[in-house]
Design a protein around this ligand. Structure first.
Ligand SMILES: [Zn+2]
Ligand SMILES: [Zn+2]
Length: 389
């Protein structure tokens, strides 16, 4: 009798787990974006941090370009480990309208560093070490970004002044902090509801946000969303699995860059325009798998001037912060001052008077409900900061 009751109970638990998981994954479906306001400043979405067979990626540059053309970002940034060879081999440039930029992921004493927009191989073997490397990247007109700062191979040196920024999201690291049950659920539902499963694995990067805000108190810091796409999981011996695909990853997380001008079609010129905007923090991170965000804006109006993300502005009375996040579904906008939530609203727009100096950033959450769990808030957009001194 007792045994039978236990069996029924166990079966009920498993059934509940399956129903709950199924509803959860279905609630994480992708949504189409409403058409953006045509008056908006030009912006371009990019899939950043990609590995090819030039290092430990599973696909060739041609495979990556093909996946990019299917997934639809405006640009890709290839960053193979410790080599700029794809650039020397002429892969940088436009491929049927898709811009491929070639940077490098440099292995340094403090962790992995993305060196973007540098025309030559760089490393830190000189006697001056890491600071000299970062100076060299800056002087070459490049951008330096700490890769996966809270991942398995974290970034450990925050004293280097000229480093431009850090990765807030890294799709290859972010699922690793999920619980065993969450990962098991992901494996079970992957064949049936892959869009929902991939979205469900990316959560708010609390620790990376703390690191960012700590540094942003002192100086401007750019944040981007990265993929670390490899399309390759090592199994045993020489065997590997071509998973997750480049195409999937390019639709999962994007960095949108507000350039303030149209790209020209000349790859050298456009690399400079995009990287200048990234360096000054004129960009935002989007969990593209939920919904593209071509209409997002976070601005500060102070007197006659309107400034966007990446700006540092002197405080004056009467300044107003404005967030707009058009979406085809319900969202919640949360505005932070020095990492602490200041105000939030359920809606697609938020206005607030600037209460004083501080580092302001905003996060937008999609509201996704399920029958069993009620309403859940899922991270969708993280802005760069506006610093008010
Ligand atoms: Zn790395
Ligand atoms: Zn990498």
């Amino acid at each position: 009798m007792m045994r039978k009751t236990l069996k029924v109970l166990a079966a009920a638990c498993v059934l509940f787990w399956i129903v709950d998981g199924c509803l959860l994954m279905r609630s994480e479906f992708p949504r189409p974006a409403p058409d953006p306001d045509p008056e908006l400043s030009p912006r371009y979405s990019g899939a950043v941090h990609i590995h090819s067979t030039y290092s430990d990626g599973g696909g060739s540059v041609a495979d990556i370009v093909r996946a990019g053309q299917k997934a639809g970002p405006d640009f890709l940034i290839l960053t193979d480990h410790d080599t700029l060879q794809p650039r020397f081999d002429g892969h940088q440039g436009y491929h049927d309208g898709l811009l491929l930029l070639v940077g490098e992921e440099v292995n340094t004493s403090a962790g992995h560093l993305l060196a973007l927009g540098v025309g030559r191989d760089v490393d830190q073997d000189g006697p001056l070490g890491l600071p000299a490397l970062i100076d060299e990247i800056s002087e070459a007109g490049g951008v330096s970004i700490a890769a996966h700062p809270t991942g398995r191979r974290p970034w450990t040196d925050w004293t280097v002044d000229r480093m431009d920024g850090l990765e807030l999201l890294n799709a290859n690291s972010d699922w690793r902090d999920d619980s065993v049950l969450e990962l098991l659920r992901a494996v079970v539902f992957l064949p049936f509801l892959p869009d929902g499963v991939f979205n469900s694995l990316i959560d708010r990067p609390d620790e990376a946000i703390r690191l960012w805000m700590h540094r942003a108190q002192r100086q401007p810091v750019t944040v981007i969303g990265s993929l670390d796409a490899h399309e390759r999981i090592k199994l045993w011996g020489e065997r590997h699995l071509a998973f997750p695909t480049y195409e999937r990853m390019f639709g999962l997380i994007r960095t949108y860059v507000i350039t303030g001008m149209e790209l020209t079609g000349d790859s050298g010129e456009d690399e400079r325009i995009l990287l200048d905007a990234i360096r000054r923090g004129s960009c935002y991170v989007v969990l593209e798998g939920y919904e593209p965000a071509p209409g997002f804006a976070f601005e500060l109006t102070m007197g006659p001037e309107t400034r966007s993300m990446g700006s540092t502005v002197a405080f004056q009375d009467g300044g107003r912060l404005h967030v707009t996040a058009p979406s085809s579904g319900p969202v919640r906008i949360r505005l932070y001052r020095n990492e602490v939530p200041l105000i939030e609203t359920e809606g697609h727009e938020l206005f607030v008077e600037v209460p004083g100096p501080g580092v302001y950033h905003t996060e937008v959450y999609q509201l996704r409900s399920t029958l069993l769990r009620g309403e859940r808030q899922r991270l969708w957009i993280i802005s760069n900061a506006i610093r008010v001194e």
